[in-house]
Design a protein around this ligand. Structure first.
Ligand code: ADP
Ligand code: MG
Length: 244
């Protein structure tokens, strides 16, 4: 395994007396694709959100690219620049064109100039196959196109790691494939990715490793063919049997 890009050590998180993450240990190597699966409420979103400090971890440590995210003195903005996140709800800015969605964060956060941010936006729109939608507004796009714009927007920031939280769960079934195809391309290009998903075909074919979470702990992890096809734990078997 090459050097870990993401390192999570004994991570705990509670909301009030709801102890949601109960000691998560996970390392993700550079270029590795890890799919996180598990029942609703098991803490998958909270785990992702703790990696980029959308939630403040209660205890434990998170490192991204060698930098400790959980260090109280950390520059949160600097950390977030290294981490792209894509949500189930695409969260595009509705009042901005597709290009505006891609340029605004580059200009605000990275202080890139107008021409440079537009050039980089165009580059990433082309990667997700949406060059012809550059001037469209989000409302005029299908859900699959909106999600591809959201991915392009994250990529335009030059992240070292991409986090995906159920990126296809809000999509009509016929639009899922185009989003998964973009994610597959990123994986093939060597992007480090942590993907919460219920798409078992994607997990089987694209993930280097599958992590099954339940009740705030990692119950089992391993190669996808092992975890998805021949799970060792009853809880994993039960979860998978309900998906199929
Ligand atoms: P998953 O993504 O696996 O469905 P979540 O991480 O969203 O699980 O939620 C895990 C638990 O944490 C749930 O019990 C949920 O109600 C609770 N939870 C998540 N976010 C919050 C929050 N912001 N405030 C209070 N409780 C939360
Ligand atoms: Mg979730």
């Amino acid at each position: 395994m090459s050097r870990p890009e993401v390192r999570i050590k004994d991570l705990h998180k509670s909301f009030g007396d709801n102890h949601v993450l109960r000691g998560i240990d996970l390392e993700i190597a550079q270029g590795e694709v890890v799919c996180v699966i598990g029942p609703s409420g098991s803490g998958k979103s909270t785990l992702l959100r703790c990696v980029n400090l959308l939630e403040e971890p209660g205890a434990g440590k998170v490192f991204v690219g060698g930098c400790e995210v959980t260090d109280p003195d950390v520059d949160i903005d600097a950390v977030r620049r290294r981490i792209g996140m894509v949500f189930q709800q695409f969260n595009l800015f509705p009042h901005l064109s597709v290009t505006g969605n891609l340029t605004l964060p580059q200009r605000r956060v990275l202080r890139r100039g107008k021409a440079e941010s537009a050039r980089i936006a165009a580059e990433h729109l082309a990667r997700v196959g949406l060059s012809e939608k550059a001037d469209a507004f989000p409302a005029a796009l299908s859900g699959g196109q909106q999600q591809r714009v959201a991915i392009a927007r994250a990529l335009a920031m030059g992240p070292e790691v991409m986090l995906f939280d159920e990126p296809t769960s809000a999509l009509d079934p016929e639009l899922v494939g185009e989003v998964l195809a973009v994610m597959r391309m990123l994986a093939d290009e060597g992007m480090t990715m942590m993907v919460v998903t219920h798409e078992m075909t994607f997990a089987r074919e694209v993930a280097d490793r599958v992590v099954f979470m339940d009740g705030g702990v990692i119950v089992e992890e391993g190669r996808p063919e092992q975890v998805v096809t021949a799970p060792r734990h009853e809880r994993t078997r039960h979860f998978l049997s309900r998906l199929l």
